[in-house]
Design a protein around this ligand. Structure first.
Ligand SMILES: Nc1ncnc2c1ncn2[C@@H]1O[C@H](COP(=O)(O)OP(=O)(O)OP(=O)(O)O)[C@@H](O)[C@H]1O
Ligand SMILES: [Mg+2]
Length: 478
């Protein structure tokens, strides 16, 4: 990278400014820095910068406000927003306001060089997007700090302001609908309708009249004229969910809307024009459907102008605890629930074929079972334990349970000071349980049980007799 292009660094921390300046000067950029947004804006007025690295939290003006004003002064200016926390809203907002990219601290110098390099390369291609109007955000957040989800947030931010169609793909439960809502929410159509329709849930005939409406008397049962979803979505967004399941003859009609922005109601003679942004989603492989002649290739290309592919949960495991915590917060009511380390490890190993929806359901289910707080492996369905090859770590679980039990015992038995048998009772109880469970596992065969227990067979026999473990299955006669 060799250049005399100018870069501006805006950060209120002196050491950040210093480190970035030194690093970029090494790559022969000429570097200015500013500690406040006002100072930076003045510099932008009188200099031509290729790139600005701007912190998102600044005294006085936020990094996002700065971004907007800087882009007004110089629409070609590339601004990289830096922040300590990568939240979805900040990323989407920054990209929507025309940021060149978004980077979270701590970053490596390689990241910085990479961004500067990309800015140089794309310099000939000035940014064309203008910032769309403000919307406020109180939608359910899309959770994810993984690189893959950060990229999704960036694409949402870049795609939302446009009127071009968007195709959202991803396995079932990866959040396609959530992303569609977010695209609408961050678009200039946000105060108009978002009309969703699931193309897989309705028969072909009904779907056509749902989408395009029908005229009175168009078919038996059409007693009234009906306005279709496209008309309802005029000025707003229409979300065609499960588009892979749509019949090819209807696909042709969707194609026509995409090309001409007009359609006919079923039985109608007059074409109707609408201005509805089309977002489509599918969990099917459209390329495969095209090969099987079940999906029109021309429609695919028309829809696939902007594409968001949602990664399956197993490919972004670092998001699992984050999501689980969010669902606990949403569904735990007043319970003090949390994931134990063991459950977290099981979650990492499990394949989540139902993705986030499955995780959401598992967390909901386990909250019902985990009455007193921690979510333990016991609270998970066995198929999850089996698939993740879970073997209970005795120490942790027993420790935790005993601890809770002792606390509860002392709290709920006010007369405990008078008794002095807590130790014996617990030890006996544990021993009895341990022997019973082990013997059960060996169908009552004492040899095997004694071996895994690590005690002498006669000792075991004595204990069985003294504890009167008569319910143990009788040993097989060999
Ligand atoms: N990143 C995420 N953060 C928080 N919640 C999420 C996220 N992704 C998905 N969800 C939640 O998971 C559930 C499934 O999401 P959604 O319905 O959007 O998936 P989908 O891809 O449309 O699934 P399907 O293909 O089965 O229709 C929803 O309850 C949604 O709120
Ligand atoms: Mg869906």
């Amino acid at each position: 990278m060799s250049t005399n292009q100018k870069i501006l660094i805006l950060d209120d921390e002196e050491n950040v400014r210093w480190v970035l300046k030194k690093a970029l000067e090494k790559k022969r950029f000429s570097v200015d820095s500013a500690a406040t947004a006002e100072e930076a804006l003045k510099k932008i007025e009188s200099n031509r910068y290729l790139l600005v690295f701007s912190d998102i939290f600044l005294d006085g003006m936020s990094g996002l406000e700065f971004l907007e004003q800087a882009k007004c002064l110089d629409p070609d200016l590339k601004v990289v927003v830096m922040t300590a926390q990568n939240t979805m809203n900040n990323t989407i907002e920054a990209m929507r306001k025309g940021a060149f990219d978004y980077i979270s601290k701590p970053f490596s110098l390689e990241d910085i060089y990479d961004l500067a390099g990309r800015a140089v390369k794309s310099h000939v291609d000035p940014a064309t997007e203008s910032p769309p109007p403000e919307t406020s955000s109180d939608e359910d957040p899309i959770i994810g700090k993984s690189k893959k989800m950060q990229d999704v947030f960036k694409t949402i931010g870049k795609s939302a302001p446009s009127d071009l169609p968007v195709l959202i793909t991803g396995e079932s439960g990866t959040g396609k609908e959530l992303v569609a809502r977010s695209l609408h929410h961050y678009s200039h159509r946000a105060d108009q309708a978002l009309v969703s329709i699931n193309c897989a849930a309705i028969s072909r005939e009904l779907l056509e009249s749902e989408l395009f409406g029908h005229e009175k008397g168009a078919f038996t049962g059409a007693h009234e004229t009906k306005v279709g979803r496209f008309e309802q979505a005029d000025g707003g967004t229409i979300f065609l969910d499960e588009i892979g399941d749509m019949e090819p003859s209807l696909q042709a009609k969707i194609l026509r809307v995409l090309q001409n922005h007009e359609f006919y109601r079923v039985g109608g003679k007059v074409s109707i024009r609408v201005d509805a942004r089309i977002i489509a989603a599918t969990n099917q492989d459209l390329k495969e459907l095209i090969e099987q002649k079940r999906f029109r290739e021309d429609l695919f290309h028309r829809l696939n102008v902007l594409h968001i592919d949602l990664p399956p949960l197993r490919e972004r495991q670092e998001d699992i605890p984050l999501l689980a915590r969010e669902f606990i917060k949403r569904f735990a009511n007043r319970k003090k629930a949390f994931l134990t380390r063991e459950v977290e490890n099981i979650f990492y190993k499990y394949s989540w074929r139902g993705n986030i929806r499955e995780l959401e359901n598992i967390v909901k289910r386990s909250l019902v079972l985990a009455v007193s707080g921690p979510i333990l492996p016991d609270h998970l369905p066995t198929y999850i334990l089996e698939e993740s090859e879970y073997t209970p770590a005795l120490d942790n679980e027993l420790e935790m349970r005993l601890e809770r039990w002792v606390q509860d015992y002392l709290r709920h038995n006010p007369g405990w000071e008078q008794r002095d048998d807590l130790y014996d009772r617990v030890i006996q109880m544990v021993e009895k349980r341990l022997l019973t469970a082990t013997l059960d596992n060996f169908s009552g065969k004492q040899v095997g049980a004694a071996k895994v227990l690590g005690i002498n067979r006669n000792t075991l026999k004595r204990k069985i007799d003294s504890m009167n473990l008569s319910f143990v299955k009788k040993p097989f006669k060999t």
